[in-house]
Write a protein that binds this ligand. Structure first.
Ligand SMILES: Cc1cc2nc3c(=O)[nH]c(=O)nc-3n(C[C@H](O)[C@H](O)[C@H](O)COP(=O)(O)O)c2cc1C
Length: 182
């Protein structure tokens, strides 16, 4: 699949078929994530694969029923939880290198995009879920202090296509030379 076509064609999928995702296909998605660029190649990400419906049911406690992706958590055969190790991305000798502090969210975001695009190229669907109780999820998943949950996504074969939300025009966010140009 052409990369530009994948970037433009990928949509958030909130309806899934129950068909299983093979370990081979999952590994392909994880391999694409593995090649994500990161701060000084620090690769702060970690992924928890939740397959057991009991584990997914437990995690539902951390997600509001009003979240549009709520039902997709149980529908899809897999739920991937993207985590990040704190104090690595953007740090040198234990000190943050920039005013931004930890670049964990940035590098994890790149990793999630690689995951979603690879999944799409393999005929799978994803929907990034960021609106949930992270602290509750961390407790349920048994995360240590130095790791945090960033986002999650179901992974499975789409039951229906996602709608295409409107994008801003390029002229609405690109400026030349200075902010807002002249
Ligand atoms: C950081 C982040 C958090 C998101 N959180 C949620 C969420 O909690 N629930 C949901 O249904 N969609 C969530 N989304 C999906 C967005 O709503 C979706 O990407 C956006 O509307 C554009 O649609 P598209 O992905 O189909 O292009 C999230 C996306 C991102 C990038």
């Amino acid at each position: 699949m052409d990369l530009i076509d994948a970037i433009k064609g990928r949509r958030s999928i909130r309806k899934y078929r129950p068909d299983p995702v093979s370990e081979e296909v999952l590994q392909k998605v994880m391999d694409a994530l593995r090649w994500t660029p990161s701060w000084a190649n620090t690769q702060c990400w970690e992924v928890i694969v939740v397959k057991d419906p009991r584990g997914k049911t437990e995690l539902l406690e951390a997600v509001s029923e009003t979240n549009p992706a709520f039902s997709s958590i149980m529908e899809a055969p897999l739920l991937l939880i993207l985590c990040g190790k704190k104090g690595i991305a953007g740090y040198y000798k234990g000190q943050p290198r920039t005013v931004k502090g930890d670049w964990l969210m940035f590098d994890s975001g790149l990793a999630m995009q690689n995951l979603c695009l690879a999944a799409y190229a393999l005929g799978l669907g994803t929907v990034i879920i960021g609106a949930f109780d992270h602290k509750k999820a961390e407790k349920i998943l048994g995360l240590p202090q130095d790791v945090e949950v960033v986002a999650m996504t179901p992974l499975g074969y789409p039951a229906s296509k996602g709608a295409t939300p409107r994008r801003k025009e390029i002229s609405e966010f690109v400026y030349y030379e200075k902010y807002r140009g002249k």
